[in-house]
Every structure is written in structure tokens, then in C-alpha cells.
Ligand binder design. Sequence first.
Ligand code: PFF
Length: 465
Amino acid sequence: MEKKHVGFTGTLGFVLSAAGSAVGVGNIWRFPYLAAQDGGGVFLLVYLILVLTFGFTLLTTDIAIGRRTQKNAINAFGTIHPRWKFLGKLTFLVPAIIMTYYTVIGGWVFKYIAVYLSNQGAAAAQDGYFTSFITAPVAPMVFMLVFLTLTSVIVYFGVDKGIERFSKIVMPGLLFLIVGVTVYTLSLKHTAADGTVRTGLQGLKVYLVPDFTGMTVGRFLRILLDAMSQLFFSLSVSMGIMITYGSYVDKNVNLSKSIRNIELFDTGVALLAGAMIVPAVYIFSGTEGMKSGPSLMFVSLPKVFEAMGSMGRGIAIAFFLMLGFAALTSSVSIMETLVASCMAVFHTTRKKMCMVIGLISAGAAAVICMGYNVFYFEWMLPNGSQAQLLDVMDYISNSFLMPLISFLTCVFVGWVIKPRWICEEMEASGHSFSRSRLYAFMIRYAAPVIMAVLFLQSTGLGKWL
Ligand code: PFF
């Protein structure tokens, strides 16, 4: 049976657990390469504005729905309005899909921790190393299973003794590591083969200063959409996770303040990750090195660590450990959402659900691993990019379902139950909600329009209109 008093012990536990969900490979891997590819400071500026408007709106909506209904996503919408029950079910699909591939990526990160601990950094810097690893039949599955087992164990221990306790240790540690590694990379200097000297501070300039060369309306729109979809993924919104975590928060916790801190933590880590990675890649490979996109983390960075010389291995271990922890707290939040929802639906225990969902996830993730060998294919996605199985799942959850769910949630809150419903929850226990007017405007007008555009664009449907 679902227990009534499951929950975080206090504000700090909630903020760090939610930040744990939000801060993940998205911040440390995706954000820096998007910033590098989307004109540095231009992307940063756009992103910051979006966090304070859209990010804040979506995060507030999810957390307030969770706390007010005291239900996880699958039941929350139906409790508020029986006709909108379908939205809960639709939302449940997102963590279910993400779970299949996030553990695979987590496994890759664990592999690289093992690589550097066993001093094989030189091999990892060779061309083709990453590809030969992910296409191997057994190794990616083994690392995925280790990652998934750890995730399941943390979720098994429950909200306060598992998730909260783990996040309270890991999140401050992560912040410490990222600040340390960033300061170190910024202090670096390297002379390239052609004699040019590049420094960390020059790299920082590339990252921070807006680059408007070749900027057109089309390109700006592209940057806007990149920043928008990054924001969803990064804040873990519109996928039931924050609704579930919101349902674990005590009524007298100040939600406005907590939400501000979660935004700050998530954005702070992303900005720091960029300030660490963009200059590091710039120093050793110039601006060319930053065009590598998704392969940045597993292909370009090992080359950078190798070029760092004696310090490279220590920095690589710190980096991948940080990434591993960030990925773990995120996958814990995905699994918790699935487990909590299934516990409520099937009226069963956490222990049983952890085992069942752990097993199903292992099976599904194994299939995703095989997407690089047995089930290898190359598909063209509607947004024009080449995809394998993992990318297809990522595409369905992030580019298709998330904008759709966000759009429907905005319509539901903005026009059916009205923004006041959320504001009341934000003001519960006498707290003030200073951004209530901004919230109401965003949820009724700005957010649904942008979500609809994002949906049309990322599904390729926009071309037909
Ligand atoms: N927010 C996490 C990140 O930025 O990596 C990723 C994430 C966590 C995505 C949980 C989805 C999710 F359900």
C-alpha cells in the first residue's frame, strides 16, 4: 500500500534532491556543446532569459501540482479534473522511455571512470575507441547493469533514506569538484603545433562573448529552440518527476524560495560546466574542436585530458566521477517516478516495484545497447538528424512528448483550472509568491504558444504549415 508520510525531511533535502534530478548529463555534456555551437554568449543569454521565464513557469507548475494533490503524475491530473486523466498517463510515458536509455549513457560514464582509474587514458584518446566500446556485445551491458543496480538500490531505500541522503552527500561534492576543475582548466595555457599559444581565459571569452557573426533570423530561431529543449531536459520538467518530488514536500516549505534555489543550482552547474569544457577544448583543439557536438564528451575530452599531461588523469577521474554522480541522481529521479506511480497503481510495495521495474529496465536498456550492434540502423529523424535506437528514444521523449505535454499542461493550468490554483499552493502556509503575475502571463499566453512552435518544429510538422 502507498504510505502516507513518505517524504523529504525538509527544505534542504527537497532542494538537493530536485537539483540532483535536474543536474545530470544534460548540464555537463549537452549544455556546453550547445553553447559552443550556438554562438557562445548568445546562447547563454537566451538560455538565462528562458530559465527565468519558461523554466520557472514549468518548474513551478509541476512542483505545485505535486504538492497540492499529494499524488504522483499518473494520478495527479485525474485527481484535479477527471477529464484530464489522460495527461497523467501521457506524462508517465516520458520517464518510462528515458529510463531505457539514460542507464545506457550512465554505463558509458562508468566505463570512462574505470578507464581512467585503470590508467588507460591514452587508449581512450585514440580515434575509434568510443565507437568500438559502444558497439561491443558485452561491455556496454555490464556497465549499464552496474549503473542500473546502483540506481535501484538508492530508490529501494526510499525517499528520505535513499534519495535524500544520497543527494545530500553527492550534490555538494559535485559542486566542489566542478568549481575545482573549472578553476584548473581556466589557468591552463598550451602552445599548438603551429606555434599559436592559447590560454584558458581566451577560451572563456569564446564561451562568454556573444558571437553574432552570420546571425540570421533563422539561426536565432534555431538557437532559441535549442535552448528551449535543453531547458526542459535540464530542469526535468514535463515528465512527472517534479510532480512526484513535489508530492513529497511538506506543506510549510516555502516553494518559491526552493524553486529559485533549484533553478540556481541547475543553471549554475550548467554555466560552470561550460566554463570548464569550452575553454579546455579550445586550448587544445582550437575552435574547430568544439564543433564535435554530442561526441564532445567521450571523444574530444579524452584527447584533451591526454594533452594535459601529468594532471590529465586526475582531472579526468574527477570529471567522470562528477558526471557519474550527476547521472545517478538523475536516473534515481526517473526510476522513483516510475516506482511511485506503479506502487500507487498496483497497490504494491516499494521493494517489489523496484525489483520489477529494475528488471524491465534492464531488458529494455539491453535492447538499446544492441542498437549499436545487432539492431543497428541509421534513420533520418523528422528534424533532419541521423539516429540510432538510443537517439530515436531520446527524440520521442524530448522532442515529441515533452513539448506536447508542456503544451497540454499549460492549457490545462492556464485555461481550465486557472493560474490561481497554482498560486494558492505557492502561497500556502503564508508564504509570498512574488512572481505570480509573471507566472499567470507565462502559463496562459507565452508558454503554450512557444510549446506549440517547439512541437511543430521538432516534429517537422511545421514544414507543412
Ligand atoms: N535533467 C537531467 C539532465 O539534465 O541530465 C536529465 C534528466 C533527468 C532527464 C531525469 C530526464 C529525467 F527524467
